[in-house]
Design a protein around this ligand. Sequence first.
Ligand code: 13P
Ligand code: SF4
Length: 354
Amino acid sequence: SPSDPDLVERARAAKEKLGDKVFVLGHHYQRDEVIQFADVTGDSFKLARDAAARPDAEYIVFCGVHFMAESADILTTDDQKVVLPDLAAGCSMADMATAEQVAECWDVLTEAGIAEQVVPVSYMNSSADIKAFTGKHGGTICTSSNAKRALEWAFEQGEKILFLPDQHLGRNTAVRDMGLSLDDCVVYNPHKPNGGLTAEQLRDAKMILWRGHCSVHGRFSLESVEDVRARIPGVNVLVHPECKHEVVAAADYVGSTEHIIQTLEAAPAGSKWAIGTELNLVRRLANRFAAEDKEIVFLDKTVCFCSTMNRIDLPHLVWTLESLAEGKLVNQIEVDRETEQFAKLALERMLALP
Ligand code: 13P
Ligand code: SF4
């Protein structure tokens, strides 16, 4: 939907008044009305790097979700303030692993006698607490664009990986990219005693996958892939690795949001694509590439926005920018010092991956 011209003008004016003091980051899932004000757009990895590369900006306005703003706070200097335009912009996947649950899981692994062989690898989509746990136990963070390299690195450090919190990214990367079998993976359910696993299962597993998932990507099914192939002959199916294993296995291409965009940029005119990721991004790409005669459709028949990404809208962005322009700091995301120290260790290991 077109943006309210009055709000567009107010956002523009406030941003102009702030000048170099503010740097606006926009994740690819953000609404069009918000993305037009982003100084850079990117996937989770690119945005983490871009936030760290702007030490002169006093305010980093993060148009994305809470864990991304936390990561930006960890990677920026102490003087810089990271702001999330709506504090309710969380991530249901990140909420699926709490610090207590993960500490309990580590006790289970210790009890089974395997904790010393286990290296934690945590997806960027996790709270700062989980990142700190990861750093403390010698592990690394990964995003969907470097998960393979993170797993390779982790298997050089130890024999087993505890992958948090997205079971699908963990399984897809292990099986698709690392040549492991589905039998090498077990799922740890934090709601069951001992994760629902026996000590023997834990000892035999190479990948211990946390039972978390993304509810947006979880809606794509094998049936949606089969349907679109029947509907559009010659279609290329391109999906995000947060999709279920059977969807990823049936797709032609898999990658992060940035990778999806690059793949479509490189695609020949006349090609057809069905994309399995969040709808704001897919619609924007469909509009952008229509002029180049690339047909882009959404993989599923239903509508699939990420409701928390969508919480950041133009009214919230205007309020944020106008408040900052008046010298009023709002919605700051600040990670405490001790958590930050260990979480940073894990994030820096990711940034140093080859
Ligand atoms: P990427 O942008 O890193 O591919 O991640 C997608 C996502 O779900 C972010 O929440
Ligand atoms: Fe979280 Fe899924 Fe939304 Fe990404 S798309 S922010 S993983 S709920």
